[in-house]
Design a protein around this ligand. Structure first.
Ligand code: RIB
Length: 299
């Protein structure tokens, strides 16, 4: 069984600020970093750091070759990462003193993925393989249709939600991993129980994992709901917390772990990630997550 992340590659330009810029305001930052990012890249790195063998498909420009090296350095297979005649995608990220962020995305090469590229990539995978995608590249609907048509398992982190995503065939998705804002955008509901009820009414075969910020996370399927709290930590940078959670949750269940274990492991990994700066580089390795879980169990 192979696991493919079909997703974005972004160069993150990160500015630390006393507060997020308000409308009409100009402020200066005294800390700037250029980081490796993109939800697809971060989730592939999280899966790899968690111990899974990962294939990555997507697109970069000539300016993004270092992103390919970065993915490869974690053992991620990049044979299906194409170099196109376009700039690599980038993100302008503000991070405030509480670690909260605000992000502007420029898609670049991420938005130039065509149905032909999708078909060519998926021809390297077979029934029973997994594909994980987000919504930072073009062709998301096509990836879901083609992957499901091949008998692949589809996991979706519908982030960021767009108008277009609302018409994607989510009934073909097996794992839906989303936060409460995305859940509200998809269902039109804000109460989390009602949101889960509505998602399962629309997509009864789906297994839903809803993250609730400081309120933890909840897993829901047609039979049961499982809740998990957070491991509190002083937040330095929340960028990629959701990507860390998604990667660790999926790796744990794909390795045969229980949903309870997957939620706990993902919460612990995300808690470590928010305690340090950066996107993919803030994601902990499996051994660090394991020892933090052991320490947590002794409390
Ligand atoms: O989820 C965090 C990511 O969102 C950042 O790395 C940035 O690239 C944006 O895609």
């Amino acid at each position: 069984m192979k696991t493919l992340v079909f997703g974005s590659v972004n160069i993150d330009h990160v500015y630390r600020l006393s507060h997020l810029v308000r409308e009409g305001e100009t402020i200066s930052s005294d800390e700037y970093r250029k980081n490796e990012g993109g939800k697809g890249t971060n989730q592939a790195v999280a899966l790899a750091k968690a111990g899974l063998e990962v294939w990555f498909a997507g697109a970069i420009g000539k300016d993004g070759q270092f992103m390919k090296d970065y993915l490869t350095s974690f053992g991620v297979n990049t044979d299906d990462l194409r170099t196109l005649d376009a700039p690599t995608g980038h993100a302008i990220i503000q991070v405030d003193e509480e670690g909260r962020n605000s992000i502007i995305l420029y898609g670049g090469a991420n938005r130039m993925i065509t149905p032909e590229m999708i078909g060519e990539t998926l021809s390297h995978f077979a029934a029973g393989d997994y594909v994980l995608l987000q919504n930072e590249i073009s062709g998301g609907e096509e990836i879901i249709r083609q992957a499901a048509g091949r008998g692949m398992h589809v996991a979706l982190n519908p982030s960021p939600v767009s108008e277009e995503l609302l018409s994607w065939p989510l009934e073909l998705v097996e794992w839906l991993i989303l936060n409460e804002i995305e859940g509200a955008d998809i269902t039109g509901l804000t109460d989390t129980e009602a949101m889960l009820d509505e998602l399962l009414r629309r997509y009864p075969n789906c297994r839903v994992v809803l993250t609730l910020g400081e309120m933890g996370s909840v897993y829901a399927d047609g039979q049961r709901r499982v809740r998990q709290g957070i491991m509190p930590v002083d937040a330095v940078d929340t960028t990629a917390a959701g990507d860390t959670f998604t990667g660790y949750f999926l790796q744990t269940v794909l390795a045969g772990g229980s949903v309870e274990n997957a939620l706990r492991t993902a919460a612990q990994a995300a808690s470590i990630a928010v305690s340090r700066p950066g996107a993919g580089r803030s994601i902990p390795l499996k051994d660090e997550v394991r020892s933090a879980l052991r320490a947590e169990a002794r409390k």
